[in-house]
Design a protein around this ligand. Structure first.
Ligand code: SUG
Length: 449
């Protein structure tokens, strides 16, 4: 047992960037495909994200902000061989392949659950917090995120006495990694060594295991196992489970679309895993009877309803002053009769989940990102909280400054053809320059070098 103290969970939310748009780039993600080409509202998206962060802050749950990445990513296009002025490069990219232009404008880094896998220091052999930024290599528009994330996490978690930031895994399909969307830390209480659950869709290298037919399995077991090793996790406290291929084919491109856990409470759809019995056996072994398994079967909520409402992509969070937990859910759950009545009943049951908060995150939902996608959970002790960069911690004052910043810089709407507007790139740079000052991050973007 370590002598560390003052453990809490921080939620790091990705601040939605000024180029949030619907380009249909994420094959296997039903919402992204359905809304391809529609008009987005970057301003509303960012304000909705900030309002969600505020709900947590007001509940007394620590909240931090991750800045958006620089888009358009001209560096990416230059690496591909495009040359000339920014305007020319963007036009050439569009001419070659319109989706390439959309990819280099993608604001997908907002979904911070995919930014990295994080193991708290109570679970690691060297008692340091370990972070591996995800390579996200399955999709070009997401793969470009990993380099910046590596840099950013090094800046936020800079103190080597407390933190280890690993490089993203090598970018090859056998090591495809999508971060914390496929990873959970289950424990009796924060700071206690628990179970690190990794969920994969395919093996990597030997691909003869059961696989989805329609949609891709993004995470490999090889990637998850490598992360578990480099995070120095205890094998007895680590479990690898395979996602049910049928769930992937129903639109569960990340496991967090059908699974969420907090401390010793697990809330998930019965179709999530191929080996649910193995999960139960390991929980029995590690926690005895002291855990809550809320497994929802298809008669209660059909898998398609779970995917369209994102009921399991909720944030399950602990209240600071009691043992109760709160579910932060997308508004879509309130509007679904089936899901809403399931939830109303759930909070009367003998589990710690006692409150529901429905939040508006429609702009993100239309690209397949619910409340849980928008945040990266980081469990920290008191010394680690002090050691991380403080400028990104959400306070009343920072919240107000960020709302004013969004209102000043973000467009109300963005149409697909607006990505060719030469003014957009300048607007973004101007906004991000100001943001680095608000978050006291120093120079982090390419144009600031
Ligand atoms: O990778 N959507 C993201 C959504 C990520 C959700 N994250 C979690 N489940 N944790 C994705 O599929 C859509 C972008 C577009 O089509 O423009 C997109 O990338």
């Amino acid at each position: 047992m370590s002598n560390k103290a003052g453990w809490i969970e921080y939620n790091f939310d990705g601040l939605v960037g000024p180029t949030h748009n619907y380009a249909g780039l994420a094959f296997g993600n039903v919402a992204s495909l359905t809304n391809a080409g529609s008009i987005s509202s970057p301003k509303q998206a960012a304000l909705q994200g900030l309002a969600k962060m505020r709900v947590l802050m007001d509940l007394g749950i620590p909240q931090a902000v991750l800045p958006p990445q620089l888009r358009p990513n001209l560096e990416l296009l230059r690496n591909l061989g495009f040359s000339g002025s920014a305007e020319k490069i963007l036009q050439q990219a569009f001419k070659l392949q319109p989706r390439l232009l959309a990819a280099c404008y993608s604001a997908a880094s907002m979904w911070a659950a995919n930014a990295a896998t994080v193991s708290p220091s109570c679970d690691t052999a060297d008692h340091k917090l370990h972070i591996t930024p995800a390579n996200l290599l399955y999709n070009l528009h997401r793969a470009q995120e990993s380099e910046f994330n590596y840099k950013l996490f090094n800046k936020i978690f800079a103190d080597p006495k407390h933190f280890v930031v690993h490089k993203p895994l090598l970018g090859t399909r056998d090591l495809s990694d999508e971060g914390a969307a496929n990873h959970s830390y289950i424990c009796k209480d924060y700071g206690q060594s628990g179970l690190e659950l990794f969920v994969f869709g395919r093996q990597g290298l030997d691909d003869n295991a059961l696989q989805p037919i329609l949609f891709p399995a993004r995470q490999t077991k090889l990637a998850s196992s490598s992360i578990a090793m480099q995070h120095q996790l205890n094998e007895m406290h680590t479990l690898m489970l395979q996602q049910n291929p049928a769930a992937i084919d129903a639109g569960v491109f990340h496991n967090d679309v059908v699974f969420v856990a907090n401390k010793n409470v697990l809330f998930f759809h019965a179709t999530a895993f191929l080996q649910t019995q193995e999960l139960k056996a390991r929980l029995d072994n590690l926690f005895g009877q002291e855990y809550f398994l809320i497994e929802v079967n298809s008669n209660e909520i059909a898998i398609n309803e779970a995917v369209s409402t994102y009921v399991f992509n909720s944030q399950l969070v602990s209240l600071p002053t009691s043992n109760e937990m709160v579910l932060i859910l997308p508004k879509e759950c309130e509007h679904s009769g089936v899901v809403n009545s399931y939830l109303k009943n759930l909070i009367t049951k003998n589990t710690p989940i006692k409150q529901l908060h429905f939040v508006e995150c429609r702009e993100s939902m239309r690209n397949g990102g619910g409340p849980a996608c928008l945040r990266l959970r980081v469990i920290l002790d008191a010394a680690e909280q002090q050691a991380m960069h403080q400028g990104i911690i959400l306070t009343e004052q920072l919240y107000n400054s960020l709302v004013a910043w969004v209102n000043k810089h973000y467009r109300e709407i963005l149409k697909p053809e607006d990505l060719l507007d030469p003014h957009l790139a300048n607007e973004v740079q101007y906004a991000l320059e100001e943001l680095t000052q608000l978050l006291k991050l120093g120079n982090i973007y390419a144009f600031q070098a």
